[in-house]
Design a protein around this ligand. Structure first.
Ligand code: ZN
Length: 146
């Protein structure tokens, strides 16, 4: 499908080349197609690139930089994820402390944690369940996993 798009885009410009020479210049058409494919490949690489966008672009222009820009979408997401991990780590200690003395249902546990948003509490509990730090007892209450 990708190739069809490239071919479709190339046809109008290929037509220009053909009219100019009065005959089809297949070599020029092939070269143009190769350039278009190379450009598209670079665009795809930029979209798929997992690192800093600015570094990718600098690299594209042959400049070397090992410092992340801190403001592109990738850098901002990385920063947000790190902050989230930090907040969850602090919160998981609070949850462990609360569940040391009693097993609680989700609502009661949330009610005992002050000054924190519910979404963060729930995602922290979910991660603690996933990692095996917490489990539900038969009554559906959360407890520390032994
Ligand atoms: Zn960046």
């Amino acid at each position: 499908m990708l190739r069809k798009v490239i071919l479709g885009f190339g046809i109008s410009l290929d037509g220009y080349i053909a009219r100019r020479n009065g005959d089809l210049d297949f070599l020029a058409i092939d070269k143009k197609r190769e350039r278009d494919e190379a450009k598209l490949e670079k665009m795809i690489n930029l979209v798929r690139h997992r690192g800093c966008r600015q570094q990718f672009i600098l690299d594209y222009f042959g400049e070397v930089s090992d410092t992340d820009c801190g403001v592109c979408d990738v850098c901002l997401k990385k920063k947000k994820d790190q902050q989230q991990v930090g907040k969850e780590s602090v919160l998981s200690e609070t949850i462990k402390e609360l569940l040391k003395t009693e097993e609680l249902n989700l609502q009661d546990l949330i009610g005992k944690i002050k000054k924190t948003d519910q979404e963060l509490i729930i995602s922290t509990i979910r991660h603690m369940l996933d990692s095996g730090e917490l489990e539900y007892n038969v009554a559906g209450n959360l407890r520390l996993k032994k």
